[in-house]
Design a protein around this ligand. Structure first.
Ligand SMILES: [Zn+2]
Length: 314
């Protein structure tokens, strides 16, 4: 008789173990309430591919009296699921808006976790085009770096568009958010969120703190947008990477200085007829040295700056 019972018991135990694993609650992400009703998960200062679950971008939840908004969804599907569980632990309000600051993988590859929500998905009007061009590359990188596949539907629209000449107001009940789309800066499709009630600005990657700014759009455009953002009178600033700040001048000035030096020294290299290879070895070395992730991003920044500035009329 026992030889019948033993396998049955083992199978039952295995089933229980598997079931328990599947049902285990996801470990919540650490968050901080940086202003009333605004919760931020600050990602690691690391390259996306090298961080567990791609957890490098800052993720924000804003809770109104009627519903909540999520700003960016995380760098992998697994992180997106943890972020959604974290949101559900922080509020019982429904998520009515999911806002995508831009298309970089560390900000958007967790989107699938929020697809089931009956929420409007917002982006800069240029985001779907950027996504169409880049999604195959991002999906391949996700498989290569994290061993995860992403279904076609995970990034598919519709995205409600915000165009650079307009702002969109979202009502969460008792507080309204202003979405603003920007001319080409960090990318060609950067979107910011402004919470008027607390004067909080969520910049996406229009602002980097500690993590070296990564240029994927227009250097001249980013310098101009950085200047505009600095003057908005924000009381709390949530950057795309790095710690939340409550002082606009000190939050934006290191990035402004780095970008200005990058432009000045790249123009000088072009004027001296240096090749792009020579410029990459010299430009901005001193300016970059006070940041983290210089090896991952600085040379690429110089290359992008050179390609842009060699065509300007001077
Ligand atoms: Zn970015």
């Amino acid at each position: 008789m026992t030889h019948w019972h033993a396998p049955a018991c083992a199978a039952a135990l295995l089933w229980v173990a598997l079931h328990a694993t599947a049902a285990a609650p996801l470990a919540p992400l650490t968050t901080e309430e940086v202003a009333p009703g605004i919760h931020v998960h600050v990602g690691r200062i690391a390259d996306w591919a090298e961080a567990p679950e791609g957890d490098v971008a800052n993720l924000t939840l804003i809770v109104g009296s009627r519903c909540a908004a999520v700003i960016d969804t995380g760098g992998t599907p697994a992180l997106g699921l943890r972020w959604r569980a974290t949101v559900q632990a922080l509020t019982d309000k429904p998520i009515c808006h999911v806002i995508h600051t831009h298309v970089h993988p560390d900000h958007i590859l967790g989107r699938e976790a929020f697809m089931a929500e009956n929420a409007t998905q917002w982006s800069h009007t240029n985001l779907p085009g950027a996504l169409a061009a880049r999604a195959p590359y991002y999906r391949a990188a996700l498989t290569r770096e994290f061993g995860t596949t992403l279904p076609d539907t995970a990034l598919a629209g519709p995205y409600s568009p915000v165009v650079p000449t307009q702002t969109r107001m979202l009502d969460l009940g008792g507080r309204s958010l202003e979405l603003r789309a920007w001319p080409t800066a960090h990318t060609n499709h950067d979107l910011t969120v402004w919470d008027a009630a607390t004067r909080t600005l969520i910049t996406g990657d229009l602002l980097f703190i500690t993590h070296l700014p990564a240029l994927d759009g227009s250097l001249r455009g980013w310098i101009a947008v950085t200047d505009t953002l600095t003057g908005l009178g924000a009381r709390t600033i949530v950057p795309g990477h790095g710690a939340v700040s409550h002082d606009a001048a000190s939050a934006f000035s290191p990035q402004a200085a780095y970008l200005a030096t990058l432009a000045r020294e790249t123009r000088a290299a072009i004027a001296a007829h240096q090749t792009i290879t020579q410029a990459v070895d010299k430009v901005g070395q001193q300016a970059a040295s006070s940041w983290q992730l210089v090896d991952a991003f600085h040379r690429r920044n110089v290359t992008t700056a050179y390609a842009e500035l060699e065509w300007e009329d001077e």
